[in-house]
Design a protein around this ligand. Structure first.
Ligand code: EPZ
Length: 429
């Protein structure tokens, strides 16, 4: 398995092109199941998760082709997805367990074919992550659900019917499944307490350009007037706000100045405010964001994760690496996932002083971190160790790089181009 080697202590200087959002791309790809016409997605990131989902879609009968290469004026990859005929309505355990976002085929398959059999994803490194809200949403639209032998079996032989879906807690994935299912349901649906993440707005825009009638995406109440069929479309994926936030934290922890080209300030406003609170300057540019750290030391501040527009859970680990090297104490509270502190023991091995109690971590900033061999069990925890490595004295070797490859395209190349001493070391197996 590949590793990433970092020699810390070098400030960053330069510009980084932000890619298309992984977490917008995945639901957008499953939306192709809603129509027999081609869906062309532009500005896709080239990531392992995109390939994994392509494999799942292919076994449902989708043809996946790459109609054009990346060009200078249009960065990112292009995929054409065409679900002319659905040949299988089963999403098997072997593919779903590798990537939980596979559950997003549930809504589109039931809406188009009237049935779906999707493996229960099971727990994962960051928590138990149930799918009860996805199931409740489909039931509210008239689907019959049975859980059999580890599979969700959803049927709606006469098609889905519009209904009211009231989510007790905010769920990004369940809102996405509900939107896609309601798009083809008969009559009007209302989604109450919908997720407001930018990825929801992007999905709604794409569905509307496929002929759907969705209003209110981006607010907590979304109205969907079902249509009998959807058609093909071409859609460009929004920039990745978590990749953006990660490089903002990289500039903050390593020092120097980074321009993040293609980034959207509004999508990372909570992270920008938090960084400004620590002493980092964040500036809106016409084509992105500039982040600079001139102060020698940053100030520790408290944050709590929350659904959008709050501070994202997907940037919590990265912010903790930063707080580990700031002056003073800080408290980070994780409110979305119950087990998202796996980076803590690894950061402590690098000399951080972090204590976890329940959903909160108390961080006492230290004068310096020390490089060490480290390993993490999920994507964002892994990248927090890379950030810590940028600031640490000596060499850090981050193992299990395949986690990073799920969500960061050419991470080491992008950072190295801005002056970081970082390289990928090819490993066996
Ligand atoms: C999305 O996951 C993202 N993944 C996650 O990104 C992100 O951390 C998360 O939203 C929160 O922002 C994708 O978009 C592919 P949720 P999702 O449903 O949709 C509970 C990354 O690193 N819940 O909003 O699965 C759940 O357990 C990742 O890129 C239920 O109880 O998250 C969690 O506590 C990882 N029942 C909370 O809701 C359900 O049926 C929010 O989860 C569904 C969720």
């Amino acid at each position: 398995m590949d590793k990433i080697r970092i020699r810390g202590g070098r400030p960053l200087q330069g510009s980084i092109q932000i890619g298309g959002a992984k977490n917008a791309a995945l639901p957008l790809m499953t939306a192709c199941l809603l129509t027999d016409e081609p869906l062309v997605l532009k500005n896709l990131p080239f990531l392992v998760d995109i390939t994994t989902l392509s494999h799942l879609l292919v076994q449902h009968g989708v043809s996946v082709t790459m109609p054009g290469a990346e060009s200078a004026d249009e960065p990112g990859h292009v995929l054409e997805l065409r679900a002319k005929r659905i040949v299988s309505t089963t999403a098997p355990y072997d593919l779903v367990r590798r990537m939980r976002a596979s559950v997003l085929v549930l809504g589109p398959l039931v809406a188009r074919i009237g049935q779906a059999r999707v493996s229960l994803p099971g727990g994962c490194a960051i928590g138990t992550r149930p799918v009860d809200l996805h199931i409740k949403a489909l039931e509210a639209l008239g689907a019959t659900i049975a859980i059999e032998k580890g599979y969700i079996h959803a049927t709606a032989p006469k098609g889905l019917k519009g209904g009211e879906i009231v989510f007790p807690t905010v769920s990004v994935g369940a809102t996405e499944n509900a939107l896609m299912a309601a798009a083809l349901a008969e009559g009007e649906s209302v989604i109450v307490n919908a997720a407001r993440e930018p990825e929801i707005g992007d999905l709604a825009r794409c569905l509307n350009s496929m002929g759907a009638r969705i209003e209110g995406a981006g607010s907590e109440r979304i109205t969907v007037t079902g249509v009998p069929r959807l058609h093909g479309a071409t859609h460009s994926v929004i920039p990745d706000r978590i990749e953006t936030g990660t490089y903002m934290m990289a500039a903050a922890i390593a020092g120097g100045e980074l321009e993040l080209v293609g980034a959207s300030y509004d999508m990372v406003a909570a992270a920008a405010r938090a960084l400004e609170g620590t002493g980092v300057a964040v500036e809106r540019l016409p084509a992105g964001i500039k982040v600079s750290r001139r102060a020698n030391r940053l100030k520790g501040i408290d944050i709590a994760t929350a659904p959008f527009p709050g501070f994202p859970t997907d940037l919590q680990a990265q912010f903790m690496a930063l707080m580990a090297t700031a002056d003073g104490d800080s408290i980070i509270t994780e409110t979305i996932f119950e087990n998202r502190f796996m980076h803590v023991p690894e950061l402590n091995r690098m000399g951080a002083d972090i204590n976890v109690q329940g959903a909160s971590a108390s961080i006492r900033g230290v004068a310096k971190l020390n490089g060490a061999p480290v390993m993490a069990t999920d994507l964002r925890a892994s990248v927090s160790l890379v950030l810590a490595g940028l600031a640490a004295e000596g060499e850090t070797l981050v193992n299990r790089v395949y986690h990073l490859d799920r969500g960061y395209e050419r991470l080491e190349a992008k950072l190295a181009a801005c002056g970081a001493a970082i390289e990928r070391v090819a490993g066996e197996g």
